[in-house]
Write a protein that binds this ligand. Sequence first.
Ligand code: 5AD
Ligand code: SF4
Length: 452
Amino acid sequence: MKRYHLTTFGCQMNEHDSERMKGMLESLGYAEASERAQADVILFNTCSIRETADSRFLSHLGEAKRLKREQPQRIVGVGGCWAQSVKEEVFERFPFVDVAFGPGQVPKLAEFLTSDSVTAQGYFEFEGFTGRLPARRARPFQGWLQISVGCNCSCSYCIVPSTRGREVSRPPAELVAEVAAMAAEGVREVTLLGQNVNSYGRDLTTKASAGQRPERTSFAELLGRLDAIEGIERIRYTSPHPKDMREDVIRAHAELPSVCEHIHLPLQSGSSRMLKAMRRTYDRGRYLDRVALIREHVPDASLTTDIIVGFPGETEEDFDETLEVVEEVGYDAAFTFIFSPRRGTSAADITDGVVPHPVKVERMERLLELVQRKARERAERFVGRTVEVLVEGASRTDPDRLRGRTRHNKVVNFTGLAAPGELAHVEVLAATSQTLSGEERLLARSGSLPAR
Ligand code: 5AD
Ligand code: SF4
């Protein structure tokens, strides 16, 4: 039996795509190799979001080159966003690569592997959804649901619109059927994925003729339809855009039992001037209005965010405004990034006001300190509470303890007897900025939880 090895970089959409790639390869009769050196097909699902992502991948590619030299019949394949961003150039720069494909072209890998072609092939058109391929889930009780592909935004720093194309939503009936099938297979938590999830459905046309249900469905309506599926206990989604965070979506968090009390709301900058330069289409005031509306409907919700430091033109005053918003919102966690110019994006061409690297680093340190202090303060509110934890497995630091996540998306390490996939009640005894720690309380476990 032939074996493959796949290394995944980047976001949850890439993790999803990799699960589908694995499902596809296994349906072709390939088995997964635990080590790259044992594989007949060496694959990479790549990311290009920042320069660090590129360089991390390129160091792995060096090993693939060596392995291919040792056994030239091996196949080396590169998929995903980095492949899409360099396209055919990949074969000039890395002649040992046999096949390259963008994120919209995963099925072409199967075509390549089943054909007799010996020459290098590249596939970079956008078509179809990887979500339609068979999945090989990393954990049987958690599933990804690709609700849309692509992005119609034009954030000036972001490479994604060029690597994943225009936004296309999958039909709601197909998504409902997929989640019902997941639930039947034992999935309890589903994470909806899209580059901009809450603009879902705008591209779907209305087909209300012949007594059919209209196909046009908003993101909030989709949440309602998925919440109604028996067996799905938790619904999450990533990433939404603040401009599309409408009241109906926020209400879904308050009203639908399975929609978790966690919203990832990427801020990027707290300065309206910078937000304009980033082409985010909201300003500081509108962002804070959204936060206020979330706090009104779901007072205890966890909020997390993404922030870019050192965008060209960012002054000390702009950066202070970001710090103010972080202070005011009180995020439960934040991902912070140093601006990195990406090929083909308009921000990469800005030459005025480029922030020197040491200044970026110094701002990053100040931001991180504040983010961690706020996260620690926020985490304190859970101490003394008994929270519902979906058990994922053994704790990474202590194999005698368990690890799982709360509905607020906090990682909890705890002492207990629950099995992976079960919902446990855990009393939180301590909190740091990153994790909670506690003990399982043996109330009713698993399927028989009392109504929330
Ligand atoms: N430089 C730095 N950070 C970036 N991000 C996206 N593009 C860039 C870039 N060119 C960050 C944004 C986004 C997250 C996924 O990555 O904060 O929300
Ligand atoms: Fe990386 Fe963005 Fe592509 Fe995800 S969509 S893999 S974060 S470049």
